[in-house]
Design a protein around this ligand. Structure first.
Ligand code: SF4
Length: 250
């Protein structure tokens, strides 16, 4: 059987630091290549495909050649668990970016080979591909990106991703990163669309983690205002910052 090959940016085992899986042990497989340029991006290295990717383990960092076959990825992931008292079936594999859906077939192949749950983390910037492959994953984390935090406008793509979630009866969590420059209108736009299409969706308002050129995170007062706007609309919304920087984890 010929395995699909793809470009990765890094692989590691850590504690999930955001969203509904927060605090659980996750294997992370970061894909290489992303067409977006979010101003809070903490992995700009992953914007471009590279000749090699990094595999981080307790023993150090290994450089491995790209592209790599899906079954080889799974072998490496299983090796990373060898030092821990947990089996692959019990560990969720998080496919993250970069943008995973730039290499959707490769992602699906890895998901089919992994014995445990597989989480798709996507920017929601390609609704067509999302609607074709989303059902292949056990956990879906979709971003709702606002114009104030990136160049460009993804409103239509985000809408279509949520419509696909509704049509295919999938369960997805929605993450919206917020800064002090986010406007109430941007938050309301997201709330209104979620309320119309998939009102049961769990929404996470994530204050951005500062990187050198990013704006500041929102104040707690801003967050409280936006949070209560969602509660007033009877949406499942909560504020949840990233915790892996606090844990000094990847
Ligand atoms: S989608 Fe993710 S990887 Fe791409 S620029 Fe935005 S934060 Fe960075």
């Amino acid at each position: 059987m010929i395995m699909l090959k793809g470009h990765l940016d890094e692989i590691f085992f850590s504690i999930q630091g955001e969203g509904g899986e927060i605090g659980l042990p996750h294997l992370f497989c970061r894909f290489g290549g992303c067409p977006l340029r979010c101003i809070y991006c903490d992995t700009p290295r992953s914007w471009n495909r590279r000749e090699q990717f990094e595999c981080h383990s307790a023993d150090g960092t290994l450089l491995i050649d790209n592209p790599i076959a899906a079954d080889s990825v799974v072998n490496i992931l299983e090796d990373l668990l060898a030092d821990y008292p947990v089996s692959a079936e019990k560990v969720c594999l998080s496919l993250t970016g970069g943008e995973v859906l730039e290499q959707a077939e490769f992602a699906v192949e890895i998901a089919k080979l992994w014995p445990g749950d597989v989480m798709l983390e996507t920017s929601g910037s390609n609704a067509k591909v999302f609607s074709e492959v989303a059902s292949e994953f056990d956990v879906i984390s979709l971003d709702w990106k606002t114009p104030s935090l990136m160049s460009g406008e993804l409103f239509a793509e985000h809408q279509q991703c949520l419509e696909a979630v509704a049509q295919q009866k999938l369960v997805a969590q929605l993450k919206m990163v917020l800064s002090c420059q986010t406007t109430a209108a941007e938050v309301l736009e997201m709330y209104d669309f979620v309320a119309q299409t998939v009102p049961a969706t769990q929404i996470y308002l994530q204050p951005l983690t500062k990187v050198p050129l990013s704006p500041d995170p929102p104040s707690s007062e801003q967050m409280l205002k936006w949070l209560t706007m969602g509660i007033a609309r009877q949406l499942n919304v909560r504020v949840l910052p990233q915790v892996h920087p606090l844990l000094n984890a990847r």
